[in-house]
Design a protein. Structure first.
Length: 459
């Protein structure tokens, strides 16, 4: 007898079109939550500072992408074809790369970068400049900063950016930790924007990914969501009715960029080896975010059905409320994490609980070595297991205004909201509860980051 997690026999009560409508409405009407952790570098600096082979590695020579591609033309053709075949065999519901996008050696040098970008199926407007992200509070020499507009393809910023970027030049020397940490935030700069067939872009029409499975295809940042989320552990009934939720592709990105990293390190291009590693690491870290592993944390399958029944009857309030509250909690978690970690850097406070948690190696030894199955079976499973708990703890720790009032739209009602500052005025028990929750999640972030990076350090 098929059961939901609530133990109810719902099979005869669930027309698949009804549940599909519920999930479509929920995902299309919800705000475009495509970023998991706000500013990955803040956590990566800490996580990898605890990995001596990265933190203590000698600096590497900075190399332009064009130099790397020119030197490895032949090898990259073979590697990228191997990657395509791996994805077709191993990534469920994988949209095959069109043969016309195959990277071929010996083509015109003037189009080599363009052809490489097309073979990766990333946004062709990515400039991929040479840069390092600097830690909050860093003072850059005059004329050395790189404008945000040269780092990202995004046309609309949804939040104020205080991040600074140091311009690099070919031949400079850069610390491995800084290269990886900077690159770990880079996929959020527009690499996965506008790639679907209904996004109204030339690349969307040529890349072969099909129509966007969820999110609003007209909203810029929303279009990256299916590459940065992994809904691998929902109940069978959800997948039966809403098969589009299977179309999430962080596994594809992780394996592709990890393979490029290993290849570049092996062939004597350490700068690009570690930069590709940072790109792969981004998606690993995204999967540690509970709201990227569970469609609607805190909302059971049975409750979804009840809400949808009311919506079908014309009572839309319960559905709208459920979507708004989950959205607000997702954003509230990220807002608190970002502002607290940034504050710790600005005040040079390395013993802040979140920074310490990202460096905490106590759980590392219990983790199995990284494998192709790790993103699905380990990283996202852990996040999924924490999803409902995270939702409950946020409800307990944060003021109700921000996470339990459907009239409040997080980061729109108060665009400059800083939940870390807000919570510092709250009762101590609420502050402690929030510290406990986000510290646990940042420990997951750190542990999974180190397990992944260790896989690239083996001979």
């Amino acid at each position: 007898m098929p059961l939901t997690s609530a133990g109810m026999n719902l099979k005869p009560l669930i027309p698949s079109r009804t549940l599909q409508r519920l999930m479509l409405v929920a995902l299309l009407c919800a705000p475009p939550l495509a970023a998991a952790w706000s500013d990955h570098a803040l956590g990566t600096w800490q996580a990898l500072a605890a990995l001596p082979a990265i933190a203590g590695a000698p600096p590497v020579t900075v190399e332009s992408l064009d130099t790397f591609l020119a030197a490895e033309d032949q090898g990259l053709q073979a590697l990228l074809e191997q990657e395509e075949q791996w994805a077709r065999r191993n990534v469920p519901v994988y949209p095959p790369r069109p043969d016309a996008l195959q990277f071929k050696a010996g083509g015109p040098p003037a189009t080599r970068r363009q052809r490489f970008v097309a073979a990766l199926r990333i946004n062709p407007d990515c400039q991929l400049p040479l840069f390092l992200q600097t830690r909050p509070g860093t003072q850059l020499p005059a004329g050395s900063s790189l404008p945000w507009t040269q780092v990202t393809t995004l046309r609309h910023e949804t939040t104020a950016r205080d991040t600074q970027y140091l311009r690099l030049h070919e031949g400079d020397r850069a610390a491995v930790l800084e290269v990886v940490a900077s690159a770990s935030d880079e996929p959020d700069y527009g690499m996965d924007i506008g790639l679907w067939g209904d996004n109204g872009t030339p690349e969307g029409r040529s890349y072969g990914f099909g129509t966007q499975p969820f999110g609003d295809p007209a909203l810029e940042i929303s279009t990256q969501a299916p590459f940065h989320m992994g809904f691998f552990h929902e109940s069978w009934i959800i997948y039966k009715a809403a098969g589009f939720l299977r179309r999430t592709y962080p596994e594809y990105r992780i394996h592709l960029y990890r393979s490029l990293a290993a290849y570049a390190l092996k062939t004597g291009h350490p700068y690009w080896g570690w930069r590709f590693a940072g790109w792969a690491l981004h998606y690993v870290q995204d999967l540690t975010q509970p709201y990227h592993a569970d469609v609607l944390p805190g909302v059971s399958t049975a409750r979804m059905l009840g809400v949808n029944a009311l919506d079908m009857a014309g009572l839309h309030g319960p559905k709208d409320r459920a979507i708004r509250l989950v959205s607000n909690r997702h954003l509230a978690l990220e807002n608190y994490q970002y502002h607290r970690m940034r504050d710790a850097y600005l005040h040079k406070n390395p013993i802040d609980a979140l920074l310490r948690a990202a460096r905490d190696t106590s759980a590392d030894a219990a983790q199995a070595p990284w494998s192709d199955a790790s993103p699905r079976q380990v990283v996202s499973q852990q996040a999924y297991d924490w999803a409902d708990r995270t939702d409950r703890m946020l409800e307990h720790a944060l003021p109700a205004k921000y996470i339990s009032d459907p009239a409040y739209v997080f980061e729109q009602t108060e665009p400059a909201i800083d939940l870390f500052a807000v919570l510092q005025r709250a009762p101590q028990n609420r502050q402690d509860d929030m510290t406990q929750l986000v510290s646990a999640l940042m420990q997951h972030f750190g542990t999974q980051s180190r397990v992944f990076m260790a896989s690239l350090l083996k001979p």
